[in-house]
Design a binder for this molecule. Structure first.
Ligand code: SAH
Length: 214
C-alpha cells in the first residue's frame, strides 16, 4: 500500500509538469486508479502506462486521461458524453468536473462492471449504457463536451450532431494503430479543429468508424 502511495506521488509530480489545470489534477488524485485495474496489475496502477482490462481492452495512460480532461474545458455545468467506458476510470474523473456524465460501452461485461463499480464508489451523476448501433447516445444530446476514448478513421457525423453550440469534442483520428488527438469546437455553427498530438488507442467500432475488431 505504501508503495502505491509513493508511486501515486511520483505520478502526480510528473503530471504536474505538463498539466496546468489544478482542477484536473485534483479530480484525478481523488480517483483510486487501483480499483479500476485487474487485481493482478494493481501494483502498476500509478505508473504512467495503459493497462489491460477485460475483453482485450485497455484503461488509458494517466497522462492522456489528464490531457484529454484538461482539453475538454469543463465548467461544472456540462453534460458530457464519453464513448468507450472501458473500466469507468475516465468517467469517474469527468463526473467530478461536470454536471452529468453519459458513458457508453459496446461490451456488456465492461458496461456492467463499470456501472457497479462507479455506484459502489458513490457516483450519482454517471449513466452507463450499452452502446447501440449508432455511435454516441442521441437520447441525451446535446452535450457540451464529448470524449471518444477509442481511435476512429474519421470524425463520425453522428457525434458532431450530438455536440452543443460551444461544445468541445475530443477524438483520436488515424489508422488502427496510431492516431492524432483532434479537438473540435463548435462555435457559431462553425467547426474549428486543432491537432493535440499523436496518440494510440484501441479501435472505435461501429457505423462511421471501424467495422470489426481484428
Ligand atoms: N475510457 C476507458 C478506456 C477505454 S478503452 C477507461 O477509462 O478505462 C476503449 C473502449 O471503447 C473499449 O472498452 C471498447 O470496447 C469501447 N468501444 C469501442 N467502440 C465503441 C463504440 N462504438 N461505442 C462504445 N464503446 C466502444
Amino acid at each position: 500500500m505504501l508503495d502505491l502511495e509513493e508511486a501515486k506521488q511520483r505520478l502526480f509530480q510528473h503530471l504536474r509538469r505538463e498539466i496546468k489545470d489544478e482542477r484536473v489534477l485534483q479530480a484525478m488524485a481523488r480517483v483510486p486508479r487501483e480499483v479500476f485495474v485487474p487485481s493482478s496489475s494493481r501494483y502498476l496502477a500509478y505508473e504512467d502506462i495503459p493497462l489491460s482490462i477485460d475483453m482485450g481492452q485497455t484503461i488509458s495512460q494517466p497522462f492522456i486521461v489528464a490531457l484529454m480532461t484538461e482539453a475538454l474545458e469543463l465548467t461544472g455545468m456540462d453534460r458530457v458524453l464519453e464513448i468507450g467506458t472501458g473500466s469507468g476510470y475516465q468517467a469517474a474523473i469527468l463526473a467530478q468536473m461536470a454536471w452529468w456524465v453519459v458513458t457508453v460501452e459496446r461490451h456488456q461485461k465492461l458496461a456492467d462492471a463499470a456501472r457497479k463499480l462507479l455506484a459502489e464508489l458513490g457516483y450519482t451523476n454517471i449513466e452507463v449504457h450499452l452502446a447501440e448501433k449508432t455511435i454516441g447516445w442521441r437520447k441525451g444530446a446535446p452535450y457540451q463536451a464529448i470524449i471518444v476514448t477509442a481511435g476512429a478513421p474519421k470524425v463520425p457525423q453522428e457525434l458532431l450532431d450530438q455536440l452543443a453550440e460551444g461544445g468541445r469534442l475530443l477524438i483520436p483520428i488515424g489508422s488502427r494503430y496510431e492516431q492524432e488527438l483532434i479537438k473540435i469546437v463548435r462555435r457559431k455553427g462553425e467547426l474549428l479543429s486543432q491537432d493535440l498530438g499523436p496518440c494510440r488507442w484501441v479501435p472505435l467500432i461501429g457505423e462511421g468508424a471501424w467495422s470489426e475488431e481484428w
